[in-house]
Design a binder for this molecule. Structure first.
Ligand code: TNX
Length: 500
């Protein structure tokens, strides 16, 4: 009796997967053939080759527009194939060839990430791994449910440098996430150089939660992150927080306060005590400079202009401020995204609102015509503890198990908000309790994978089935050097399988 072919443990789960019996062998003489006259497609092919080379030791030369031969990986673009959408793809693993097709380079890139997950976990090792690199025969048709699949990293409370951010972008790409929201400023630190206001980094970047040394991105480093992300089809969404959460800015320039006196730097973790001076014209000249420089360095359509927890800003001042800052963003050619408190003010029709805790505010945003990015704090705040025993994380939104971060549907997360009002999902990682890669990895993984699936895969997912797939990502995350939380709710397969 022959067993049914195994269902590959892909995350996020594709739209349609049809496994067949048999296998394709990735061998030493394989080439990556690009059947498209498109430099971006060729670039995607080179990224794939670079990804597979270290562990396999194969050369995997990329050749453009050649006839594919036996054993090759074949990448094609078919711009006319509407069924694939902007980010979708088709992947056919046949006995003698693997064919990847998409309508766009982004779709082709996601096809390569799926191919990578079809290969044994050892392929993701940075060192040469002996063994066979075999893929079960399968046909996959896939495209995302939502266009916004994000991760937010708070580099303000504690700073994470370019290398750490790039590593995170690589991990996002593996799970088909496409927005990296960088929370660049807060009370405890200002992390992006602004040419016209140099004290922001001279003074404002020099602290962090707990009194650490802080740090910041130079303009060149920020541009480097943006480029690295873009090459992996991730848009950077930079956030300048305002009108609250601005102590680092005020400490750098006392003239921005209403009384002209610079406050001391702040290294605690309270919120809601600082505010820009709403009645001062200098505030808007400052924001025009800051958002103008940032917009010029950011090719994506959005800048995030904060808006949360402005407890020290008078409510009517708050409304006037939010309306004005949206206009500043627009003047610099960007759409504004704001935390949901901004729904108390008049929103531009192109505004995007990030829901985190108050369904009523989310509904008010939608009633003004705004679209939502969903970051419900009880589900996707990666900085919440997993359980009582978690050594890292906060608890104000409750504890968030691996299951809780996965087991929800964006279409009914907010009562009265329908799927058409939702752009997608985003998992924030606030950094009050973490200042190392190990801490970041432990809080973000594996919960981020569940959020990635909630953003990409259609409804009808179940935790019972997901946890079995997730278990098989343990060896892959281990091969990638990710210090994930091996939470006992998941039946992790032996990490030794990474050496298969
Ligand atoms: C609330 S969520 C905040 C952040 C904190 C976070 C900690 C949001 C828009 N504001 O300032 O870092 O809680 O979980």
């Amino acid at each position: 009796m022959s067993r049914a072919p195994a269902f590959p443990p892909l995350i996020p789960k594709p739209l349609a997967v049809a496994p067949r019996r048999g296998a394709f062998q990735l061998g030493r003489s394989a080439r990556i053939v690009v059947r498209a006259d498109d430099p971006e497609a060729a670039r995607v092919a080179r990224l794939l080759a670079a990804r597979l080379r270290p562990a396999t030791g194969y050369r995997l030369p990329v050749s453009v527009s050649r006839e594919p031969g036996s054993g090759d990986l074949v990448l094609g673009l078919s711009p006319g194939d509407r069924a694939l959408g902007d980010e979708g793809y088709r992947l056919r693993v046949e006995p003698t060839m693997a064919r990847l097709d998409a309508r766009t380079p982004a779709g082709l890139f996601y096809a390569t990430q799926t191919l990578r997950q079809l290969l044994p976990a050892s392929v993701d090792s940075a060192r040469r791994r002996p063994g066979r690199f075999e893929i079960g025969l399968v046909t996959i048709h896939d495209r995302p449910r939502f266009g916004w699949r994000g991760l937010m990293l708070d580099v303000a409370r504690h700073f994470f440098d370019v290398g750490e951010v790039q590593r995170l972008i690589d991990l996002m790409a593996l799970y088909k996430l496409n927005r990296l929201h960088l929370h660049l400023t807060d009370d405890q630190g200002w992390r992006i150089a602004v040419r016209s206001w140099p004290n922001l980094t001279r003074v404002g970047a020099s602290t962090a939660v707990g009194g650490g040394p802080g740090g910041h991105f130079t303009r060149r480093q920020y541009a480097q992150i943006v480029r690295y992300a873009r090459d992996r089809f991730v848009d950077v969404v930079p956030e300048i927080e305002m009108p609250g959460h601005v102590n680092a800015a005020l400490a750098s320039y006392g003239e921005l306060t209403c009384d002209g006196v610079a406050p001391a730097p702040y290294t605690g973790i309270d919120v809601g005590f600082s505010s820009f001076c709403i009645g001062k014209e200098l505030t808007y000249a400052f924001l025009d400079d800051v958002l103008g420089e940032l917009a010029a360095l950011t090719p994506g359509a959005y800048v995030h202009v904060g808006g949360d927890e402005a407890f020290s800003t008078d409510p009517s001042d708050y409304r006037a401020f939010v309306e004005r800052v949206q206009r500043i963003a627009r003047r610099h050619g960007k759409r504004a995204i704001l935390w949901e408190e901004a729904a108390r003010a008049r929103l531009q029709r192109t505004a995007v609102v990030q829901h985190w805790h108050d369904p009523e505010l989310a509904r008010r945003a939608v009633s003004q015509g705004a679209k939502l990015v969903l970051s419900p704090s009880t589900r996707v705040y990666l900085d919440m503890k997993y359980d009582r025993g978690s050594p890292l994380g906060l608890e104000w939104a409750g504890r968030t198990s691996v299951r809780k971060a996965y087991d929800w549907d964006p279409a009914d997360a907010v009562e009265g908000v329908a799927e058409r009002d939702v752009l997608g999902v985003e998992a924030p990682l606030w950094s009050e309790t973490i200042d190392t890669r190990a801490g970041l990895d432990w809080l973000a993984f594996p919960r981020l994978l569940g959020v990635a699936e909630a953003g990409w895969s259609e409804a009808g997912r179940t935790w019972r089935e997901y946890r079995m797939r997730l278990a098989q990502h343990g060896p892959r995350l281990a091969a990638l050097g990710v210090g994930f939380n091996a939470d006992p709710s998941v039946p992790w397969s032996s990490l030794a399988t990474a050496d298969r």
